[in-house]
Ligand binder design. Structure first.
Ligand SMILES: Nc1ncnc2c1ncn2[C@@H]1O[C@H](COP(=O)(O)OP(=O)(O)OP(=O)(O)O)[C@@H](O)[C@H]1O
Ligand SMILES: [Mg+2]
Length: 247
């Protein structure tokens, strides 16, 4: 899950899509893992982890601990490997490690036996973005249906050619226009112009702006559980069903 801009809904979508994918896959408990590659360390909160829970990827990576032991399982059954609590010095050491080994994530992912792994990233270019773009089978670019997101489409192409250019196999690249409000003419215009720019062969998924998404987070539940009949839950189930088929 990547985005050129911040605050578009990557973390929310990572967690909610994971829960929907688990349901779509019949709830197999070790089937879906989410991984937080964002120092904001917010993904775990979407999975019911405690605010002060310091476990995660970074402490395990730096101390040679087990990633499996650092995972948290949500009440919905999704496993989550948070970024983990870190000092500035630890984060810099971790980022240097990622800088020196661009395929570090690729190597680590081989050690997991989960059928599906969803990875959250910070916005914009970073060592984390580079790692996922070299490892992912499918890259989901999350945008808002606004002028600023539209203006970043060129930047996305730049990241893709820079970070995926050396791969043997080009990943699937899909776009999501999140928080769409069809009552707004600007939303309709931007989605239309995004579709035209991306071309008919590149999917542009849409997720409605829906307060149920924010309420679900406040109640520490996936929106598909909190309000399964909400429009956002329906949109997210649609993307999950498509991903299941594709994968
Ligand atoms: N479809 C939606 N409808 C309503 N609110 C939404 C929707 N998707 C996300 N949000 C809200 O948007 C805000 C930003 O979401 P989130 O933190 O997931 O974005 P992000 O892209 O991960 O941000 P960052 O770039 O800082 O990591 C949150 O308050 C979230 O609840
Ligand atoms: Mg985020």
């Amino acid at each position: 899950m990547v985005s050129p801009k911040g605050g578009v809904g990557k973390t929310t979508l990572t967690a909610n899509l994971a829960a929907a994918l688990l349901l779509a896959g019949g709830g197999k408990s070790n089937g879906v893992l989410t991984v937080d590659l964002d120092p904001q360390n917010m993904l775990r909160l979407h999975h019911g982890a405690g605010v002060v829970d310091g476990r995660g990827l970074l402490p395990a990576a730096l101390n040679g601990g087990s990633f499996q032991a650092a995972c948290h399982r949500s009440p919905a059954g999704v496993e989550c490997l948070g970024y983990g609590a870190s000092s500035d010095r630890q984060r810099q050491a971790f980022e240097r490690m990622l800088q020196d080994d661009p395929d570090w994530l690729n190597t680590q992912l081989d050690g997991f036996d989960h059928g599906l792994i969803l990875i959250d990233t910070p916005p914009g270019p970073s060592v984390y973005l580079r790692q996922v773009m070299r490892a992912a089978d499918i890259i989901m670019v999350v945008l808002l249906a606004d002028a600023a997101s539209f203006a970043t489409l060129d930047a996305v192409n730049g990241y893709l050619s820079e970070y995926c250019g050396e791969r043997d196999r080009w990943p699937g690249v899909h776009y999501v226009a999140n928080q769409t409000d069809w009552d707004k003419p600007l939303t309709r215009d931007v989605v239309q112009v995004m579709k035209r720019t991306l071309g008919s062969r590149t999917p542009l998924w849409q997720i409605h702006s829906d307060m149920s998404v924010q309420e679900a987070f406040a109640c520490r539940q996936p929106v598909t559980v909190y309000n399964s009949r909400s429009v956002a839950a329906r949109d997210i189930r649609g993307i999950a069903a498509w991903l299941r088929t594709l994968l």
